[in-house]
Design a protein. Structure first.
Length: 201
């Protein structure tokens, strides 16, 4: 397992820009309406940041991940503006649960910007909230401002969390370091999958 992580770090040093693009794509897909239920974006971003820890590219990965999340949310927002209340009958809403959709839409109408920022951190809800903002008629300027703040917050949490984990584990010579990292990533992925399945039940 130690050699596997060493290979991962070597791969990141050789193909860092490609890894940043993968992190960007994962954050976009995880945020996009209907795709977030299938893409564990946090796990990909955290693992990528771990691999890039100690490299200057990680400073480029942070805005790339934030931009991916921001653009993914825009896809949902534009769908909400285009289809309006009819979006409640779409397949992604049926999977997430119509009751949850109605609660999210109601919260956006009542609470506005704060919901758009905070919901960015809540798995299962963030894939709906941008579309709900479009349906609720939130103006684009207000949406973009709140969503940019939420995307920056989300990307900071997972990118710099992954970097901190990577630096602490790589700097340690203990053989426990690699299993701990693998365990953390596995648990994060499992939690994301469980939450999404509960949301669909």
């Amino acid at each position: 397992m130690t050699s596997a992580v060493t290979d991962l770090l070597n791969l990141a040093s050789e193909h860092g820009p490609t890894l940043v693009l993968i992190m960007f794509a994962a954050s976009f897909a995880e945020a996009a309406f209907g795709l977030g239920a299938f893409v564990p974006g946090e796990t990909v971003v955290a693992a990528g940041a771990f691999a890039l820890s100690g490299q200057g590219l990680v400073l480029g990965a942070w805005p790339a991940v934030a931009l991916g999340a921001f653009l993914g949310d825009h896809a949902g927002y534009l769908l909400g503006r285009r289809f309006g209340p009819a979006l409640a009958r779409s397949a992604p809403v049926r999977k997430a649960g119509e009751d949850r959709w109605n609660r999210v839409t109601g919260l956006v109408r009542e609470r506005g910007l704060w919901v758009l920022v905070v919901a960015r951190l809540v798995p299962g809800i963030r894939t709906l909230v941008a579309a709900a903002a479009g349906v609720a008629g939130v103006g684009y300027g207000r949406f973009a401002l709140a969503d940019a703040a939420g995307a920056l917050l989300w990307s900071s949490l997972w990118v710099f969390g992954g970097v901190a984990m990577g630096r602490s584990l790589v700097s340690t010579t203990s053989s426990v370091a690699v299993p701990v990292f693998v365990g953390i990533v596995a648990v994060a992925g499992a939690v994301a999958v469980i939450r999404r399945r509960r949301g669909r039940s």
